[in-house]
Unconditional design. Structure first.
Length: 214
């Protein structure tokens, strides 16, 4: 089962991907997490990606396509995986189809997390992320047990630079301009599943599991 999860920043794809991993034991492939790890390790790829991410812009297609190409060849991906935040452009979606066709596989479903922009600004500005394991919290709606500390790995929580208000506006603009064309792309392939991402997380998960037969 190969599933694409896409939607605007803050729509809950990452949170739902983690729940799907716990249920199915298939891995979550998050290009955002891969890039943040590269930034944390100060690799040359990380240094290059940071320039784009800090502005809320997309990292060039060829960089993320190569990250995914390397990752999906791994053993733990053979039974399927959840793509969280990839593809984000039509060029990435087409490259993904070509690479999967080459190994006799294909995307099963593409889930759109649908939610109004007005909801997202509050969600993103209150979001806090674990610097180590990338678990996510919210200062009002999903507090950690100890303030500022990750429940799962005891590391420090921080606000992502790109969750700050001025960058969020640009990320939303980039989503509408560059990622929303994926809606028609997957609709035309009969793979689009639309989920109301404004619902509470437990309900979103319930509908997701039903829709995917996970
Ligand atoms: P995310 O954690 O998915 O919200 O991604 C954070 C940032 O990483 C995005 O705003 C982009 O700058 C970059 N990024 C993540 N995935 C991609 C992708 N598929 N294509 C281009 N840039 C990406």
């Amino acid at each position: 089962m190969i599933t694409v999860l896409f939607g605007p920043p803050g729509s809950g794809k990452g949170t739902q991907a983690k729940l799907l991993v716990e249920k199915t034991f298939l891995p979550q492939l998050s290009t955002g997490d891969m890039l943040r790890t590269a930034i944390g390790h100060e690799t040359s790829l990380g240094k290059k990606a940071k320039i784009y991410m800090d502005k809320g812009a997309l990292v060039p297609d060829e960089v993320v396509i190569e990250l995914i190409r390397e990752r999906i060849g791994a053993r733990d991906c053979q039974k399927g995986f959840f793509l969280d935040g990839f593809p984000r452009t039509l060029a990435q979606a087409e490259a993904l189809d070509v690479m999967l066709t080459g190994v006799g596989k294909n995307v099963g479903s593409a889930v759109l997390f649908q939610i109004d922009d007005s909801e997202l600004v509050g969600r993103l500005s209150g979001r806090r992320t674990c610097l180590k394991c990338h678990s996510m919290y919210h200062i009002n709606t999903n507090k950690p047990k100890k303030p500022g500390i990750c429940d799962k790995c005891n590391s420090v929580l921080a606000q992502r630079d790109d969750d700050k208000a001025v960058v969020v506006q640009n990320r939303l603009k980039v989503y509408h301009e560059q990622t929303s064309p994926l809606i028609d792309y997957y609709k035309s392939q009969n793979k689009l599943v639309t989920i109301n991402a404004a619902l509470p997380s437990e309900l979103v998960f319930k509908f997701l599991v039903q829709a995917l037969g996970a």
